[in-house]
Design a protein around this ligand. Structure first.
Ligand SMILES: Cc1cc2nc3c(=O)[nH]c(=O)nc-3n(C[C@H](O)[C@H](O)[C@H](O)COP(=O)(O)O)c2cc1C
Length: 260
């Protein structure tokens, strides 16, 4: 590229990226450029300048429910009432046999005294990691109400009956989608995926023969060993109360306060 062409390219890239695209809006905060992306500065709000004062309402151990699933039910209801979009979206972290972690969002589909259930493809990356290392962490990021909940524990597959019940409750298109995608594998093109889906629609039209439950698809239950409830407070003096499984305790749990 000639010198002129390079500067023209740089100018155009900056113009596009910094917000003159149709529909793009200037962020009200201070602009910041990271020296990334082949040395072409990309203008974006400076994350270091993003600072929010959290609400004053606190979390005290004496007001917590005796068991964390009950406490979670209260906070889950608050998150739903607080208008949080998909309050059941949680970040699931797993690790492979060497301890290398990976994270992704999944949807919580049920919870009770036995734990937290989500559904996925057993052959996916998370599925493979859970086979090698059946431990996981779940994080509910309820930022708009300055709360997060973190669950750590062992993971088991739910029974086939539970998977079947949930699979049958899904929309027909989602049932076919589970078959169409070899989740986490590399695929040549979007068209390939859509072709597979169209073949399934032809084979299992809605209202016809029931879609079988894929044997490679089902639920996992995370059985909590610890559950931390985090409440944002002023001046970064946040409340963190963590339940820890303690079979010898009358409630089966102890609660400890962590430094923020
Ligand atoms: C809001 C949201 C909800 C999701 N819910 C699920 C889910 O319940 N199950 C699932 O397998 N993938 C879900 N995904 C997709 C996963 O984040 C991920 O891309 C996929 O499971 C493959 O992950 P893996 O390759 O790490 O196994 C969701 C993604 C988002 C953004």
């Amino acid at each position: 590229m000639s010198g002129f062409a390079f500067w023209r390219y740089r100018y155009m890239r900056r113009t596009v990226i910094s917000g003159t695209l149709p529909g793009a809006r200037e962020h009200p905060r201070r602009r910041h450029a990271s020296p990334c992306c082949n040395n072409v500065p990309v203008h974006h709000p400076d994350p270091a300048a993003m600072r929010k004062q959290y609400r004053a309402q606190g979390l005290v151990a004496t007001e917590l429910a005796a068991d964390p699933l009950r406490q979670f039910a209260h906070w889950f209801a608050d998150a739903a009432a607080g208008g949080i979009d998909e309050p059941n979206a949680m970040v699931l972290s797993t690790a492979d046999a060497q301890g290398r972690p990976s994270s992704r969002t999944v949807l919580l589909k049920s919870f009770d005294d036995r734990g937290f259930v989500f559904f996925t493809n057993y052959g996916s990356r998370k599925g493979t990691e859970l086979t090698e290392n059946p431990h996981a962490s779940l994080l509910f990021p309820w930022h708009p109400i300055a709360r997060q909940v973190i669950v750590d524990g062992g993971v088991t597959r739910v029974g086939e009956d539970e998977t079947e019940r949930y699979f049958r409750s899904r929309p027909h298109g989602s049932q076919l989608g589970a078959w169409a995608s070899a989740q986490s594998t590399v695929i040549g093109s979007r068209e390939e995926l859509e072709r597979r889906y169209a073949e399934l629609v032809a084979r299992y039209p809605e209202g016809g023969e029931p879609v079988p439950v894929p044997r490679f698809w089902g639920g996992y239950r995370v059985q909590p060993e610890t559950i931390e409830f985090w409440q944002g407070r002023e001046n970064r003096l946040h409340d963190r109360l963590r339940y820890r499984s303690a079979p010898e305790a009358p409630t089966g749990w102890t609660v400890e306060r962590l430094s923020p």
